[in-house]
Design a protein around this ligand. Structure first.
Ligand SMILES: NC(=O)c1ccc[n+]([C@@H]2O[C@H](COP(=O)([O-])OP(=O)(O)OC[C@H]3O[C@@H](n4cnc5c(N)ncnc54)[C@H](O)[C@@H]3O)[C@@H](O)[C@H]2O)c1
Length: 464
């Protein structure tokens, strides 16, 4: 049976997308959208723009594009802005990041140069390898949050926007210890006023967004919106929240391969992953504190997919190692190697080697676009708090504290599509296929249209 559709506010006016951190990913997102508007590039990797969704029974042949099935903001009506701790405009940031070559950027250079970051909220204690020069000052962390809220208001007014979403694309911070200040809203607000050291800059941005009822997505592994205090606030203001850490590159591969091994009950002895990358993200991750945050995010994936507690013989002794080396000559063109030691029938060992020459920001840019559009959809649908259906996009998907996160990319994909079906009042698909066969007679159940065609033909033959 089809569920009742959600009441979804239509997309009126323009949607603002605010991105704290205007480095490699942000400049690649904005450049890509601007190039696309001129017909100069495909939005490959974007589910919202390119993917179709199957509706109803297979014989109905209903497969609309997702962007035509659910009411999403058109990419032409997005307005981008953001903050950074360096004053480079988006064109300069794109040139420095070197993700898209200069000749690809030239047609949109003027537009990109006109987008300048607002001064950021920064604390070098949380990102050791950066020394920001374009930063806000204030009496307290609450004072910083208030300045961010004023920035959001001004951005909205100056660009004539009807709604705004925020997606964190700033650097990876050192993880603060979870403390009392994160546990409830009153403590968090007191902590902001008293500039509690356990509140990192990314949490100040998250607070400003959620306080104003904006959807907030977190592309880094930072704690940011993933604390009970922020969920309490999101519940009060009606903000959708999701994080953490965009799923690109090696972890994307891990969550594609490991569900396959697990579903065929092939054993795993070890998974060794190493990367070289030379962009600013790599520089930040060269600091052991920031790397620790990233490592925790990357490591959690295998355990939840393989369920070693349920399958100790197959996955109880997995050696999992992750290395990231900052190697400037590679810039954003990261290279990852995976050595996967598996075993099969009679414990016979086998190996899989992956050498992924990927471009992280090219994989991350469509995620930012999809999240901005889906988070806005969630907000217009009255959904608030954790948006687990968007786990698909994250290395460490946020979920209720008493649940394990879902890491399997294919289950995450089903979750996403079934949520869209639920929002629109369409039947949720279980993909069992049982509904096409008569269970007692084992024969196919004819499709309604085919059945009525047959009936008509029979009636016609009878009347002859
Ligand atoms: N590139 C990927 O595929 C990928 C994948 C998963 C997660 N991430 C995460 O996404 C984030 C962005 O990645 P990137 O490759 O664009 O990195 P980047 O270093 O090119 O850009 C990050 C930007 O954030 C700015 N910044 C740092 N602290 C800030 C603050 N407090 N306020 C405002 N700006 C601040 C930096 O100056 C920099 O310009 C990183 O945390 C990274 O770990 C990236």
């Amino acid at each position: 049976m089809s569920p009742r559709p959600f009441k979804i506010e239509p997309c009126r006016g323009k949607l603002g997308v605010l991105l704290p951190g205007m480095g490699a990913i942000t400049s690649t997102v904005i450049a890509g959208i601007e190039l696309h508007k001129k017909g100069l590039g495909h939005l490959a990797g974007s589910v919202t723009q390119l993917q179709r969704i199957r509706l109803g029974k297979r014989y109905e042949n209903r497969r609309p594009l997702i962007r035509e099935f659910v009411p999403l903001q058109k990419v032409e009506d997005l307005v981008f802005g953001g903050w950074d701790i360096f004053p480079d405009d988006v064109y300069r940031a794109a040139l420095k990041a070197g993700v898209l070559p200069e000749e690809r950027l030239r047609p949109v250079a003027q537009t990109l140069s006109s987008i300048r970051p607002m001064p950021g909220v920064f604390d070098q204690g949380y990102v050791k390898n950066l020394q920001g020069t374009h930063v806000k000052t204030g009496k307290s962390k609450m004072h910083m949050a208030e300045q961010l809220m004023r920035d959001i208001e001004t951005f909205k007014k100056e660009n004539g926007l009807s709604r705004v979403v925020m997606v964190w694309c700033g650097s990876t911070e050192i993880l603060p210890e979870r403390s009392r200040v994160h546990e409830d809203l009153a403590s968090l607000e007191r902590g902001l006023k008293e500039s509690d050291p356990a509140i990192p800059p990314s949490m100040i941005y998250a607070y400003a967004a959620v306080k104003m009822g904006l959807p907030y997505a977190n592309g880094a592994p930072n704690l940011s919106g993933d604390v009970p205090a922020m969920l309490e606030l999101a519940n009060a203001t009606g903000s959708p929240i999701i994080g953490k850490d965009f799923k690109t590159g090696q972890t994307l591969m891990k969550t594609i391969i490991s569900p396959g091994l697990h579903s065929r009950m092939l054993g795993l002895n070890g998974w060794y992953s190493t990367n070289i990358l030379g962009n600013r993200d790599g520089e930040v991750l060269a600091d052991p504190g920031s790397f620790k945050t990233k490592e925790t995010s990357k490591m959690s994936v295998l355990d939840t997919i393989l369920e070693p507690e349920l399958y100790p013989d197959l996955y109880g002794k997995v050696v999992h190692k992750v290395r990231i080396d900052y190697y400037p000559p590679r810039g954003d063109a990261k290279e990852g190697w995976d050595n996967i030691d598996i075993f099969g029938w009679m414990d016979m060992p086998m190996q899989i080697k992956i050498n992924f020459l990927c471009r992280d920001s090219i994989l991350a840019a469509p995620i930012v676009l999809d999240l901005a559009l889906f988070m806005d959809l969630a907000k217009r649908s009255g959904m608030r708090g954790i948006q687990e259906w968007l786990s698909f996009y994250f290395k460490s998907p946020q979920c209720r504290e008493d649940l394990l996160p879902e890491h399997n990319l294919f289950i995450q994909h089903l979750k996403l599509k079934n949520t869209l079906r639920i929002l629109m009042g369409e039947e949720v698909l279980d993909h069992s296929g049982l509904d096409y066969y008569d269970p007692e007679r084992g024969v196919p159940i004819p499709a309604p249209a085919a059945a009525s065609e047959k009936k008509k033909a029979r009636a016609k033959a009878g009347s002859r």
